[in-house]
Design a protein around this ligand. Structure first.
Ligand code: NOJ
Length: 580
């Protein structure tokens, strides 16, 4: 298990009265639809292949809208599906106003948006602002000379000459390994790339770059998107003085090294610089003014603390609607007190804004990284309960709902993600969390038509872990997710009630209270141990008149019986009950 996320590693370092109905209404009708909502991330390459090329596509997603509606999601975030050389599987964009033919056409996209809208589901586009592909016409032009009209659209820099040798301007590193500077022989300058060499960073100090990107934002709003997930948004700006980053030192006083063999730097000059907030406010204005409906801004915000997270909502709450709260989901340690503290921080330290909890995504191992004992599904129920029964908007990743597991490649020659090739064997890349969705138990798991070679192999778990097998089974992970999400949407306390941590010194059971504006309350308890536990809820202390709890949802098969205010939890058991 990685202890911090790949991207955190680079940093080192209420709608209180919304009615339950709000999260059910269409994004087009209710400006608050995204509060206490459920957002489902789809990696389009891996969701459903509709044309038999082994790669998922937009029509494949459209064919599963009923599934998504039954699951109960309010919005779907699609990772990039723009035209791209696919070096970083779409995060290297060569045309911002179109769809990559691998995934379909703009007309397919419009059909997806329309079909989703009919089912009250919004489509969220991934907006990659920090960099483009090196195949984007902007970059080609920029690289063609030092005097062309786009010469200043990217981050170009003269070399440092030491003893007659040409060196990069400073020690800035790519998140994906090696120097972040690439020499361009035509311009005889370096360009900066925070990610792959093929992903040159745009120069956000240039007003023309800003205008071009705000036009992209408008383009997709006009195509009906419900919002944007802003990729790598903390890294738009770099230190104008180009100062070297400090190294992170180990106990022996020497710099630590990462999986690529690079010295680890503290990215104080390339990440979270203050200028980015002006851009976010401008993006916010474009989002608010383009179409007369609420368009949300989600940020990919790996930040070191809740105090940093607070800043991303904006001093006047005029920046991101939902900066991702990585504090909770990426604790990466099954520790009651840490979860209690971080969840409580989200309740008390972000001025009532809406936290966006997330446990996994296409860049990090799935939630099964938390599982160490042979209680995988029960641990999954604990984590999903934290995700859906907290006061938050919940961001989930495709396949989590059936318990798909991280399946990294066993051999270097099978890797598709370039960072896995570069970092092998310490860094196996991100293929393991991007495997095709497991729809049924046929040989290709229903992802592609029979006989097709899929872009990544189908994990062996598909025979048991798949939608068809789980759909009719009330004890399956899929049923658990459906029930939890239904509670989040329909129960006023679970939907938007304020959250109070209970039993604050208990280091075995995490328990909390959700209190709706009308006083109706729900208790939630999660056993973090492999031993049975009995727990009481000191409700009177929190002004509750009710003493007993009535079961709303509990881990299947476990005793979990509520008796005179006490609840018995099986190993990693979950209990959710109404106070009566
Ligand atoms: C973050 C994305 O989630 C990741 O997949 C991508 O490689 C980098 N940003 C670069 O765009």
């Amino acid at each position: 298990m990685r202890t911090i996320s790949r991207f955190q590693g680079a940093i080192l370092l209420a709608l209180a009265c919304a009615s339950a109905v709000s999260a059910q209404s269409a994004p087009q009708q209710n400006p608050n639809w995204w509060k206490n909502a459920v957002i489902y991330e789809i990696y389009p390459r891996s969701f459903q292949d509709s044309n038999g090329d082994g790669i998922g596509d937009l029509n494949g997603i459209t064919s599963h809208l009923d599934y998504l509606q039954t699951l109960g999601v309010n919005a779907v975030w699609l990772t990039p599906n723009y035209p791209s050389p696919q070096i970083d599987f779409g995060y290297d964009i060569s045309d911002y106003d179109n769809i990559d033919p691998q995934y379909g056409t703009l007309a397919d996209f419009d059909r997806l948006v329309a079909g989703a809208r009919q089912r009250h589901i919004g489509i969220i586009m991934d907006l990659v602002l920090n960099h483009t592909s090196d195949q984007h016409p902007w970059f080609k032009e920029s690289a063609s000379s030092r005097t062309n009209p786009k010469a200043d659209w990217y981050t170009w820099h003269d070399p440092k000459i030491v003893n007659g040798h040409r060196l990069p301007p400073n020690n800035w590193e790519s998140v994906f390994g090696g120097s972040a500077w690439q020499w361009d022989p035509a311009r005889r300058q370096y360009y900066y790339h925070r990610f792959y060499i093929q992903q040159p960073d745009l120069n956000w100090n240039n007003p023309q770059v800003r205008k071009a990107m705000y036009d992209v934002e408008r383009f997709w709003i006009r195509h009906g998107v419900a919002g944007f997930r802003l990729d790598a948004i903390t890294s738009l700006f770099e230190d104008p003085q180009d100062r070297d980053e400090p190294y992170v030192l180990g106990p022996d006083g020497k710099p630590l090294t990462n999986a690529y063999g690079d010295k680890v730097v503290q990215t104080i000059y390339t990440d979270d610089l203050p200028e980015v907030h002006t851009v976010i406010r401008q993006l916010r204005q474009v989002a608010d003014q383009t179409h007369g409906r609420k368009v949300i801004l989600i940020g990919e915000t790996y930040l070191p603390s809740v105090t940093d997270l607070r800043r991303w909502f904006g001093a006047k709450n005029d920046e991101l609607d939902l900066p991702m709260d990585m504090q909770v989901g990426f604790i990466n340690k099954f520790d009651v007190s840490l979860f209690r503290q971080r969840i409580n921080d989200a309740e008390t330290k972000i001025d009532g804004n809406m936290p966006l909890f997330v446990f996994d995504n296409h860049d990090n191992p799935r939630w099964d990284r938390y599982v160490t004992a042979d209680h995988k599904d029960d641990v999954g129920r604990v984590l999903s309960t934290i995700l859906f029964a907290s006061r938050d908007t919940a961001l989930m990743y495709y396949g989590d709902e059936i318990g798909m597991v991280t399946t990294p490649p066993a051999r270097k020659e099978d890797i598709r993600d370039p960072i896995g090739i570069r970092g092998w064997p310490k860094e196996k890349g991100r293929d393991g969390e991007r495997t095709p969705m497991q729809w049924n138990s046929s040989p290709i798991a229903g992802f592609s038509p029979a006989g097709v070679k899929t872009w990544l192999p189908i994990p062996p778990s598909y025979a048991r872990v798949n939608v068809a097998a789980e759909e009719g089974n009330p004890d399956s992970m899929l049923s658990w997710y459906q029930q939890l999400i239904a509670l989040k949407k329909n129960d006023a306390a679970v939907h938007a009630g304020r959250e109070v941590m209970l039993n604050p010194t208990d280091d075995r059971v995490l328990s909390w209270l959700r209190i709706a504006p009308d006083g109706e309350a729900v208790v939630v308890a999660c056993n973090f141990t492999a031993q049975p536990q009995t727990i009481g809820f000191p409700l009177a202390r929190y002004g509750m008149r009710g003493r007993v709890v009535r079961t709303l949802l509990k881990t299947p098969g476990a005793p979990n019986v509520s008796r005179a205010g006490q609840v018995q939890l099986g190993p990693y058991g979950v209990y959710i009950g109404r106070v009566e």
